[in-house]
Each structure stands twice: as structure tokens, then as C-alpha cells.
Write a protein that binds this ligand. Structure first.
Ligand SMILES: Nc1ncnc2c1ncn2[C@@H]1O[C@H](COP(=O)(O)OP(=O)(O)O)[C@@H](O)[C@H]1O
Ligand SMILES: O=P(O)(O)OC[C@H](O)CO
Length: 496
């Protein structure tokens, strides 16, 4: 009897493998950080081979820690940093260059061209996305135009493009399976989210050959089996979803109106909107939710580019803290930020502002500003950015949200969660398992092979760890938010 499902969670800064049992309990975890490559200001790359090798090594390690063999694993679910773009040669399996990461701003110029060419409205209606360098489309074009010989190889049909899920599945199956799922496809800016097909007009506009693109399938179905040489036995790969959609699923937000916010490298607020692709009037994205059938499901998303990454910046660049967890200790040593605001617009601003040229700012500094104030202001900026996207969502829907489910690494920070509840004036629910992204991928994989019967069975596994109740005086709250709104404007349109 197979007792486990394995989730491969390929994030922006680390590759993780978590093995879950039927109750959704983590039985084993292994994690490995990998190299972040910054060739120029605003550029971010990963080595696809390191993504692949780190992912296999954590999977093997997690199995060894639990003392299990491949035969005991019912299936594998893949979840991944989205939009990050890999192009490789289908005969040799060699990537033609480093992966261009979702945070990379190098293709901002192409975005200006698309806007000039008057296709912005068409792209938004077709893909649900705001036209931005964040998504894969212009990254593929960049590779075809800048990697020597790439255009010619592509026209001969020798190149494949994939997001990280596709790259991992292709390697796990030794080149037998070239697929992606709806959620990842919906982040490329090449996929028509209503017709569920690659869009020929956008492909033509960007001069991307359609034969480079993978087949698109639901997020829960058997894609193929791992090659025997990898884990000693074949294991079905039966779940795949972008990490934010996987987290929505892992939080059991199965019905229309349910919302979660994931605090990882960035911060991503998603609401399940059921079978309705709601078009935002307030700077949010329409994206696909993980679905278990051919019937599409949608979500509204507020994407904040820098959240936990700002805490890493405090640690690695400013060297104000030694560990991310220490940020909580320092933040609570002062009563407030003494008027300091940090705006972590390191990679421009995502929702709801979509300013490719915004850059980070620290404002309100006086002679009395100290380390604790800056640390606290950095944590608070995560909550303010979430406030901005949540207000946009409420404005789109004409209703106010009563509570928010949270997950991701930075939601371990109790100061941040309390401040979040205070600023939103909303209850914040943190579940027992904050590794919801991996859990969602495991659920998608397990459902496809009958490890779990249905969503009702899965829902019983969700359990609450803590609720943070709003507890801030309204006047103080309004004045803090007003200060944030002033601060963020100072970061706009900085880079020429
Ligand atoms: N206690 C903490 N307080 C604040 N931030 C934290 C804390 N623990 C982790 N983080 C931040 O959370 C992020 C890691 O979360 P994770 O969900 O693993 O992200 P990802 O999947 O994007 O790699 C890092 O950016 C880290 O700085
Ligand atoms: O790696 P994460 O968890 O920060 O997620 C990155 C997002 O998928 C980018 O869209």
C-alpha cells in the first residue's frame, strides 16, 4: 500500500521536497538554496541545470530521511516559481542560456514596443495579464534574439520553451513528456485563458514559433512517469501548478470568494473566482486557478514582487540581522518606525501600480532613525503592499473581505501577522501547515491517482494554528496608511 505523496517545490531561492501522508502531514523535508545570478542591475538569472540537480538531490534526500523507496510513493506533484523562462535543445537537453527569472527587468523595452504597437488591450483581454516584463513572453523573445544561433535553431524546430514545471517534467521523464498545466501557461502572456490555447496573434507579434511550446493540460492528471534511472522505480507525475495557485489549492480555497496570501520571496494574494474570469479594473491579474478537470477555473491575483526578499536584503546586503527570524525580535524592540517607511521596489512595482521603473526607497529618516526602525519598516512594508492589493480586490468586487488565510515562510513572523491584521482591519488565519504550496501540489497529484478521494476528504486536513485579530485604533491606522501612500509615490518612475 502506497502511503505517501511527494511534492517537488521549486521556488525562487530554493528547491524543496516534502513528502506528505494521507492526513496532509509533512513526513520528511529536504531543502537546498541555489545560486542567484545578477549579471547587471535589474537582471536575474538561474542555471537550469542547477535547478534540475538541486531538485533531484532534495527528492532523494527526503526519501532517504524517511527511509522509503520509490515503490511507497503514490505520485509526484510539481509546483514552481512561475514565469521563469527556460529554452533548451530538444536533442541534447542542453539549455541555450541561463533561465531568465520572473523578477528580471531586461525586457522592459519590448514591453514599451508592445504598448506602442497598440496590442496592450488585446493581450490583456486574451491572457488576463497586465503587459509587463514579469511574464515569460518577452523573455522567450529576448533569448531568441540575443543567444547566438537561437533564432535559426528555433526555426528548424530544435528548441523547446518551458516554465520550470515543464523543464522538470521533461527531465524527470527523460525527454518523453513535454507538457505544462493551465496555471503555468496562464503566466506566459502567450495563452488565451478562455479558449485554453496558445494565442497565434501574440506569438506572431513576438515572433515566437508555436512548435516550441508544450502541450497544456489540467493541473491534476497523469502527465507521465519518472524514468526508472532517477528514483530506482517509475513514479507517476500527476500534479503540476504554479506555486501561488498550488498554495490556493493547499489552503483548500476551492470555492468562489475564498482568498489566501502567501508570504515568500514575493507576496501573492489570490481569490478563487470559480468559473468566472473576472477582469480587474484596479490593477490585478486574471489568472487560472488549479483545476482537477478540463473545466477551467479562475482567480484574481495581486502580485507583490518583493516581500520576504526584503528581509533577505536586510540580512545579506544591509547586514542588519543574521537570520530572517531575527527581524521579529528587532521590530518589537521599538514602539513604531519613528516615521520611517521602506519601499522595497527593488524590481519595479507589481500590482496594483505596475511601474517597471520604480526603485526602492527609504523615506522619513531623521537623526533618531536606527536599525530597529528600518527593520520594522521593512516588515511593515510587506503588510502595506498586501493592503494595497487587497483594497484593489475589494474595489473590483464591491465587497469587503472578512478574513484572510496566510502561508509561506514569512508568515512565521508573528509581528508581521499582527501588523497585517491591524492594517487590514481583518482577521488573519494561519494554518498548522504553512508549507501550503507543496501541500497543494501533493493534493493535486494525489487526487489524480485516487490517493485522496475528493476535495471534501482533503478539506478535513486543514487545521488552524492561530488567528490574529485586528487591534489598532482607527486613527492610528489611517495615519500610518496615509504615510505609506506618500512614501510609495516617492519610488515611482525612478529608473530612466
Ligand atoms: N521569521 C521570518 N520573518 C520574516 N521573513 C521570513 C521569516 N522566515 C522566512 N522569511 C522570509 O520568507 C522567505 C522564504 O519563504 P518561502 O515560502 O520559503 O519562499 P520562496 O518559496 O519564495 O523561496 C524568505 O524571503 C525569507 O526572508
Ligand atoms: O518562488 P516564490 O514562492 O516567491 O514564487 C514566485 C512566483 O511564482 C512568481 O510569480
Amino acid at each position: 500500500m502506497k502511503q505517501y505523496v511527494m511534492a517537488l517545490d521549486q521556488g525562487t531561492t530554493s528547491s524543496r521536497c516534502i513528502i506528505f501522508d494521507k492526513q496532509g502531514k509533512m513526513k520528511s523535508i529536504a531543502q537546498k538554496e541555489f545560486t542567484q545570478i545578477y549579471p547587471k542591475p535589474g537582471w536575474v538569472e538561474h542555471d537550469p541545470m542547477e535547478i534540475w540537480s538541486s531538485q533531484v538531490s532534495v527528492a532523494t534526500e527526503a526519501m532517504a530521511k524517511l527511509g522509503i523507496r520509490a515503490e511507497e510513493i503514490a505520485s509526484i506533484g510539481i509546483t514552481n516559481q512561475r514565469e521563469t523562462t527556460i529554452v533548451w535543445n530538444k536533442h541534447t537537453g542542453q539549455p541555450i542560456s541561463n533561465a531568465i527569472v520572473w523578477q528580471c527587468r531586461r525586457t522592459s523595452g519590448y514591453i514599451e514596443e508592445l504598448k506602442k504597437n497598440g496590442v496592450e488591450t488585446y493581450i490583456k483581454e486574451c491572457t488576463g495579464l497586465v503587459v509587463d516584463a514579469y511574464f515569460s513572453a518577452t523573455k522567450v523573445k529576448w533569448m531568441l534574439e540575443h543567444v547566438p544561433g537561437a533564432r535559426e535553431e528555433a526555426s528548424k524546430g530544435n528548441l523547446l520553451f518551458g516554465t520550470v514545471d515543464t523543464w522538470l517534467i521533461w527531465n524527470l521523464t527523460k525527454g518523453k513528456t513535454f507538457v505544462t498545466d493551465y496555471t503555468n501557461a496562464s503566466r506566459t502572456m502567450l495563452f488565451d485563458i478562455k479558449k485554453l490555447q496558445w494565442d497565434k496573434k501574440i506569438l506572431g507579434e513576438l515572433d515566437i514559433p508555436e512548435n516550441m511550446l508544450p502541450e497544456v493540460k489540467p493541473s491534476s492528471c497523469i502527465y507521465g512517469n519518472t524514468d526508472r534511472s532517477i528514483f530506482g522505480e517509475e513514479i507517476p507525475i500527476s500534479g503540476a501548478a504554479g506555486d501561488q495557485q498550488a498554495a490556493l489549492f493547499g489552503q483548500c480555497c476551492f470555492t468562489k470568494g475564498e482568498v489566501k496570501n502567501t508570504y515568500g520571496t514575493g507576496c501573492f494574494l489570490l481569490m478563487n473566482t470559480g468559473d468566472e474570469a473576472i477582469e480587474s479594473k484596479h490593477g490585478l491579474l486574471t489568472t487560472m486557478a488549479a483545476c482537477t478537470t478540463n473545466k477551467p477555473e479562475y482567480a484574481l491575483e495581486g502580485s507583490v514582487f518583493v516581500a520576504g526578499a526584503a528581509v533577505q536584503w536586510l540580512r545579506d546586503e544591509l547586514r542588519l540581522i543574521r537570520t530572517a527570524a531575527e527581524s521579529e525580535k528587532y521590530a518589537t524592540q521599538v514602539e513604531d518606525t519613528n516615521g520611517v517607511y521602506v519601499v522595497p521596489a527593488f524590481a519595479g512595482l507589481g500590482a496594483p501600480y505596475w511601474d517597471q521603473y520604480a526603485r526602492g526607497a527609504i523615506v522619513g529618516i531623521t537623526r533618531g532613525s536606527n536599525r530597529e526602525h528600518i527593520i520594522r519598516a521593512t516588515l511593515e512594508s510587506i503588510a502595506y503592499q498586501t493592503y494595497d492589493v487587497l483594497k484593489s480586490m475589494e474595489n473590483d468586487l464591491g465587497m469587503s473581505l472578512k478574513s484572510l488565510k496566510v502561508d509561506g515562510g514569512a508568515c512565521a513572523n508573528r509581528f508581521l501577522m499582527q501588523f497585517q491584521a491591524d492594517i487590514l482591519e481583518t482577521k488573519v488565519h494561519r494554518p498548522e501547515c504553512i508549507e501550503t504550496t507543496a501541500l497543494g501540489a501533493a493534493y493535486l497529484a494525489g487526487l489524480a491517482v485516487g490517493f485522496w478521494k475528493d476535495k471534501e476528504e482533503i478539506k478535513k486536513n486543514w487545521s488552524l494554528s492561530e488567528t490574529f485579530e485586528p487591534n489598532m485604533n482607527g486613527e492610528k491606522r489611517s495615519s500610518l496608511i496615509k504615510g505609506w501612500q506618500k512614501a510609495i509615490k516617492r519610488s515611482f518612475d525612478w529608473e530612466e
